[in-house]
Each structure stands twice: as C-alpha cells, then as structure tokens.
Design a protein around this ligand. Structure first.
Ligand code: UT7
Length: 323
C-alpha cells in the first residue's frame, strides 16, 4: 500500500457570455477562417459584470465538492492557480475560502500562468502525502479577458475566461493498481520570460498591464517541452504512451495538441480537446477540460490520465494519475 492523492470530484464554471469568432471579427481585424485554421478556436467565454476569478472559482469548487460528496468544511487546503487574481492581494484563494464558508484552512494562490494548475496539483500532492493536509481543493481560475489588449489581434482572439476545480484527498491505495497521482514533474526557464508576459505589475509600472506574446517562439518551445515532460512522468511512473487512456492537455492551440501527440506516438483520439469552445483559459484550461471529459463519460474511474501544460515563464509540467 502507498499514500496517494486521489481525485474525488471535479467541477467547472464558465461566464454567462459566449463569444464566437464571427462576433469578435466585428470589432477586431480578424476572421473566423484565420482563427480556426491557426488555432482551432471557434468560441470563448468572456466574464461580465460581477463575474470574477474568485466567483468562477467558487462555482467550480462547489460542483467539485458536490461530485466528491463532501461538505466544504472537510477541506483543509485550498490552492488557487491564477494569473488574474481579483486583487494584487490578498490571495484570491482566501476569497474562495470565505465564499465556501470555510473558516480555517490553509489557502494561497500559485502563479505559474498557463501551467499554474500543474504547479498547484504538485504542491497539493506533496502537502497531502507529507501530512500537512488531508483534503484539498485545487483550482485553476482566470479572467484573462481583463488583461487582454483588445486592439492586439495576435493575442486577444486566443484567450477566454473560466474555472475548473478538483477535490484531492490523501488515501492509502495499492501501489500497482490504486487510484491517485503517480508522478509529477515541473520545470521553469526564466530566460524566456519576455516571450509571454504582461507589460505591467505592482512593482514596475504600478498598473496591471496587458498580455504580450511572441506566438511563434512560444509555439516552438511548447511542442518540445511538453513532449519531453510527458515522457518524464511516464518514465517516472514506469509506463509507456500505450498505457495512457487520456491526455488532458493545456488548451492553447489545436496544432500544439496534434504535434505533441504525434511526437509521443499517442493516439489523437485519446487527447481531450476543448480549445475549440473555451479558447485558452490559462490555468483553468486543464481542470476545465478534465471536468468536461469526466462529465461526458470519457474519463472513468481507474483510467490512466496524463495532465500537461506550458506557459509564461516559461513554466511547464505534467502529472500522471490513475483517475
Ligand atoms: O498558453 C500559453 C502558451 N501559448 C501558446 O502556446 C501559443 C503558441 N502560439 C500559437 O498558438 C501561434 O503562434 C499563434 C496562434 C499565436 C499564431 O499563429 P501563427 O501561425 O504562428 O501565426 P503568425 O504569428 O506567424 O502570424 C501569421 C500572420 C501574420 O501576418 P503576416 O505577417 O504573415 O502578413 C499575422 O499578422 O497572421 C497574422 N495574424 C492574424 N490575422 C488574422 C495574427 N493574428 C491574426 C488574427 N487574425 N487574429
């Protein structure tokens, strides 16, 4: 037997307003044809009045708790991955905590942009297995629409808003066949942080700033880094690509998903794709896609699932788990 962090429930939430490419093309110099051909994106959800990173996170968390069949008061750790917190401080995780009616637990944000959820899962997994907590809510939530330059067509068409959450609990499981997280790997290489960043911040300009990206450079690094880190977690877990039931990747671009699957020799039918309907929701994309595939019945208890993401920093990571 071995102690593992097991996913007991998943949940997600989207803003009310859905914006398709044609609607965007009315105000931005772009077209549905260009966006679909270069990215696979057809629509995204954009937060409106009263919809914030914490409100989406709370809604996703409630669904995850309901799926897990646990009351919020069972949670003793909340880690929220976000690059778009409600405020510079306090951590939005504490706003989520208060919104869920939890009066005492550990709560903090993790900032690793698009790979934030992988960072948060890895931290939670280590805290759970180390005994610092028993049951965690791990959330990815973003309102990227609020830091987009809506006059920059090279970035504003690519992103959307949303949230996803999982309930993770430390449980004794069978080492060979048991459920739970089997392996995690994280990386960062700050030499590239100018390729995908925000041109502001509290300590530099005193403003929030807008997203800036050198898309082609990010694309090139993404395929290489993602294929490599997925291979690392498979090696750590003693598994091969053929053992994988589902890959739940960060949803940045359908072409990246295809190229990464090809590089690893994975069947593209085993890759969960939601970028067409959600666009790139940064730290929310992996838990959002996971929840979609769990609720539509694709991912089942016992399936071998690999999560992966890469984003600004650069940061990247992967996680192999038995669902
Ligand atoms: O989540 C973090 C990780 N992020 C990523 O992984 C993003 C990685 N990068 C990408 O997904 C792609 O590089 C993009 C989707 C951002 C861009 O696709 P691309 O095939 O690399 O296009 P490009 O940047 O080479 O641009 C090609 C052309 C340019 O025009 P010229 O110079 O060839 O005349 C752009 O100005 O497309 C033009 N263009 C657009 N046209 C219509 C750029 N954005 C748009 C647009 N609509 N929205």
């Amino acid at each position: 037997m071995t102690l593992r962090s097991v996913i007991l429930g998943t949940g997600s939430a989207l803003p009310r307003r859905r914006v398709d490419n044609a609607e965007l093309a009315k105000t931005v110099d772009t077209s549905d044809e260009w966006i679909v051909a270069r990215t696979g994106i057809r629509s995204r959800y954009i937060a409106g009045e009263g919809e914030t990173t914490s409100s989406l996170a709370i809604a996703a968390s409630k669904r995850a708790l309901e799926a897990a069949g646990l009351p919020a008061t069972d949670i003793d750790l909340i880690i929220l991955a976000t690059a778009t917190p409600d405020q510079t401080f306090p951590a939005s995780a504490t706003t989520v905590q208060a919104g869920l009616g939890i009066n005492d637990c550990v709560a903090f944000d993790v900032a690793a942009v698009c790979s934030g959820f992988l960072y948060a899962v890895t931290v939670a997994d280590n805290m759970l297995r180390g005994g610092a907590a028993k049951t965690a809510l791990v959330i990815g939530s973003e309102t990227f629409s609020r830091i987009l330059d809506w006059e920059d067509r090279t970035t504003c068409v690519l992103f959307g808003d949303g949230a996803g959450a999982i309930v993770l609990q430390a449980q004794e499981t069978d080492a060979a066949t048991g459920r739970g997280i089997i392996a995690n790997r994280l990386h960062a290489d700050g030499r590239h942080n100018g390729l995908l960043s925000v041109d502001g911040g509290p300590s530099t300009t005193g403003t929030v700033g807008k997203v800036r990206m050198k898309g082609q450079d990010v694309f090139r690094h993404a395929v290489v880094n993602l294929a490599q880190v997925m291979q690392e977690v498979l090696d750590d877990a003693g598994l091969s690509a053929a053992d994988v039931d589902w890959v739940v990747p960060h949803q940045a671009n359908a072409r990246i998903l295809d190229a990464t699957a090809r590089k690893l020799g994975l069947d593209p039918a085993r890759v969960v794709v939601t970028v067409d309907r959600h666009a790139n929701t940064s730290a929310a994309s992996v838990p959002l896609a996971l929840d979609v595939a769990v609720r539509d019945g694709r991912i089942k208890t016992g399936d071998l699932v690999v999560l992966e993401a890469m984003g600004g920093g650069f940061t990247w990571g992967a996680c192999a788990l038995r669902f």
